[in-house]
Design a protein around this ligand. Structure first.
Ligand code: GDP
Length: 203
């Protein structure tokens, strides 16, 4: 298949506090890289990963906030046109978990109301330093209508599963929206056809 052939193209964002592991998750998923000492800045706006979902080719543009999460006014531009969001906290950091409410607020303010979200508790390899129990993550996700997955970019636990779960719900949602569009179009055509009939009959 040619480079530019795909069935779906989605813009995906990773958001959450600094140091929760956003760049590490992207590098692990897209480039299969783990670097314990130094996480290179991604250096480009986004990375592209193509996968198959239900026999369809899905191209994901995966955006990192590249450390700019500290400048909340800059971040609004990242949300434009996003289809999916991985909202990330660090299971060893209560602070990063507390900030989730604020991040959801940013999503509400800047993203489309149809954007799909999954909650990620990263660094699940650090069990001995765990500050947020799995139940607590699960409950937060449920309250906010999201799926929940714990990951480790370091041990490569559930990383592709997290991105693929998001891809799956983006495909499902896109299919649903298209079906509604087609249905609306058909209704319009039917109405138009009706009008023509009436016109013909009336004169
Ligand atoms: P970002 O600021 O959210 O992009 O976070 P980074 O990807 O730069 O990671 C911040 C720090 O956490 C780095 O020292 C990473 O090596 C470390 N880190 C990231 N993911 C994991 C993980 O799953 N497990 C562990 N133990 N450390 C991680």
């Amino acid at each position: 298949m040619a480079e530019d052939e795909y069935d779906y193209i989605f813009k995906v964002l990773l958001i959450g506090n600094s140091d929760v592991g956003k760049s590490s998750l992207i590098l692990r998923y897209v480039d299969q890289i783990w670097n314990d000492v130094f996480v290179p800045t991604i250096g480009v706006d986004f990375k592209v990963k193509s996968i198959e979902v239900d026999k369809k080719l899905v191209k994901m543009q995966i955006w990192d906030t590249a450390g700019q999460e500290r400048f909340r006014n800059v971040i609004s531009s990242y949300f434009k046109g996003a289809h999916g969001i991985l909202l990330i906290y660090d299971i060893t950091s209560r602070e990063s978990f507390k900030e989730l409410e604020n991040w959801l607020g940013e999503v509400e303010r800047h993203a489309s109301s149809q954007v799909l979200k999954i909650l990620i508790g990263n660094k699940c390899d650090l069990e001995e330093k765990r500050a947020i129990q799995k139940d607590e993550g699960e409950a937060f996700a449920m309250r906010n209508g999201m799926q929940f997955i714990e990951t480790s970019a370091k041990n490569n636990t559930n990383v592709s599963e997290a991105f693929e779960a998001l891809a799956k719900i983006m495909v499902e949602s896109s299919n649903k929206r298209n079906a509604i569009k087609i249905e609306k179009k058909n209704i319009k055509v039917e109405k138009g056809a009706d009008l023509n009939v009436k016109k013909k009959n009336c004169c």
